[in-house]
Design a protein around this ligand. Structure first.
Ligand SMILES: [Zn+2]
Ligand SMILES: [Zn+2]
Length: 456
């Protein structure tokens, strides 16, 4: 909503924030969310219309009444703008500043945004990531993301934030005397993904989307329902859904590891590996310990088939796990090495589980720039149709050999145009497969087979 008017009384210069000293327009921007705000800026119509299609349309002489009025007033202004009385300038009022978070100084944020649109220097050369993410939200509202991205790329804004972060981390490390990556809240991770995505800095998309996917994600539903929530609570360009899809497939893969062992031990086929002296008692003991371990860690809930799943689970059913995936992996690594007696040293879950977990974790390792779990910003931009897990067809089965076949087919190590894309596909195939056969992974790693271990 916006209105144009000739000022009835001359606006006092002290209430006007100058962006362009010789600007030909008084722009009042106001909002009610996340807090009440209204301020008038002196701006240049040329700068605004060239940086923002929103303002180009609003100020177009034949599109909106605002544009017509502004054009009429400007046509009758004296030619020397510098000496002109401010009251003669046309005025435009725009409401809503976009999905920003509650900030200390909305006026400074909007001022920075307008300065960037005018190619002017900012008051402070550096800013926290939250401010940058809020600038993205404002630019999104005024359709000026291209201009913001052009500014960020030219000034290497994100790169210099990254450098300062590294220096700060090194400083903290030497002060505390211990290493360890900084743990960022879900909100801060989201701000970085948003900034990386919209400002064209791919490493931030990869690194922080990975942390979002593997970390706890407890606030998404609540924040996404809230229309007033800041832009990063509902990440644009399909990223929000992609993060959700990836979490679901990764959880499905973890669940398949658990059911792989339960099914094997419940099949009645002898699992004990004590050579000639295999023992049914060993298998029963291991099955019992396994159920107890999965139950205790909260990964397994036993329920009867006598009631339908919807009856039995009506209270708990349908809720997706919102905790940390990394924490589940840590819990599984802590699996105790139970044995029925000292002879059955390698019969326990621990020795069988660890090769599967290490294959699983190897898929998290960086391949090219983004890693395979995080979203590669470059491939998202260039090859989204072929790259997105949310659009890919699920492979029917995955086994170690098919993964290696994939590698031979040129999935991994060609250096052609799509080498980055190809590098992500073996991991996607594993996580997305409808059926995963873990047998060879387990046997290869424990030395029961000579099949080379999957290299990804
Ligand atoms: Zn045994
Ligand atoms: Zn890529």
């Amino acid at each position: 909503m916006s209105t144009t008017e000739r000022s009835p009384s001359p606006p006092s210069a002290s209430f006007i924030t100058p962006i362009a000293l010789a600007g030909n327009l008084l722009l009042t921007i106001s909002t009610t969310r996340p807090q009440l705000f209204s301020r008038t800026y002196r701006v240049s119509t040329t700068a605004l219309t060239s940086a923002s299609p929103f303002f180009a349309a609003l100020l177009h002489p034949s599109k909106f009444a605002e544009g017509r009025t502004v054009a009429e007033i400007l046509a009758n202004l004296p030619s020397s703008l510098g000496d002109m009385d401010l009251a003669q300038l046309p005025r435009v009022h725009v409401e809503d500043v976009g999905r920003i978070s509650a900030v200390n100084d909305v006026g400074a944020l909007i001022g920075d945004f307008l300065r960037i649109m005018h190619g002017e220097e900012l008051d402070k050369p550096t800013m926290p990531v939250a401010n940058l993410a809020n600038l993205v939200a404002v630019a999104d509202r005024f359709e000026a993301l291209d201009a913001l991205r052009e500014w960020a790329e030219r000034r290497k804004v994100v790169e210099s934030m990254e450098r300062r972060q590294v220096v700060k981390a090194a400083h903290t490390k030497s002060a505390r005397g211990k290493a360890g990556p900084e743990t960022l809240s879900e909100e801060r991770l989201r701000q970085r993904v948003l900034a990386g995505l919209t400002l064209g800095y791919s490493p931030w998309v990869g690194t922080y989307s990975k942390q979002l996917i593997l970390g706890p994600m407890t606030r998404r539903e609540r924040e996404a329902e809230n229309e007033e929530a800041a832009l990063w609570w509902d990440l644009p360009s399909g990223i929000e859904d992609e993060i959700h899809v990836r979490r679901t497939y990764i959880l499905d893969t973890l669940a398949s590891i658990q059911s792989y062992f339960l099914k094997r031990y419940m099949s009645g086929e002898r699992q004990c590996r004590l050579g000639y002296d295999t023992s049914a008692a060993c298998d029963s003991f291991q099955l019992g310990e396994m159920v107890r371990f999965f139950g205790r860690t909260g990964l397994l809930r036993m329920s009867s088939t006598l009631l339908s799943a919807s009856d039995a689970d009506s209270d708990a059913g349908g809720t997706e796990y919102t905790g940390s995936i990394s924490a589940i992996i840590e819990q599984l690594k802590q699996c105790p090495g139970y044995q029925i007696d000292p002879n059955h040293k390698y019969c326990g879950l621990r020795s069988k589980l660890s090769p599967l977990l290490s294959t699983f974790a190897s898929m998290f390792k960086p391949n090219y720039r983004a890693g395979n779990v995080g979203i590669c910003g470059d491939c998202w931009e260039k090859y989204r149709q072929r790259y997105a897990w949310g659009r890919a067809k699920r492979p029917v089965t995955w086994a170690m050999e098919t993964a290696n076949d994939g590698e031979r087919k040129g999935y991994g190590y060609d250096y052609g145009e799509t080498s980055c894309l190809n590098g992500h596909l073996p991991a996607r195939d594993m996580f997305m497969a409808a059926i995963r056969d873990w047998t060879d992974v387990e046997l290869a790693q424990t030395g029961w087979s000579t099949t080379p271990f999957l290299r990804v």
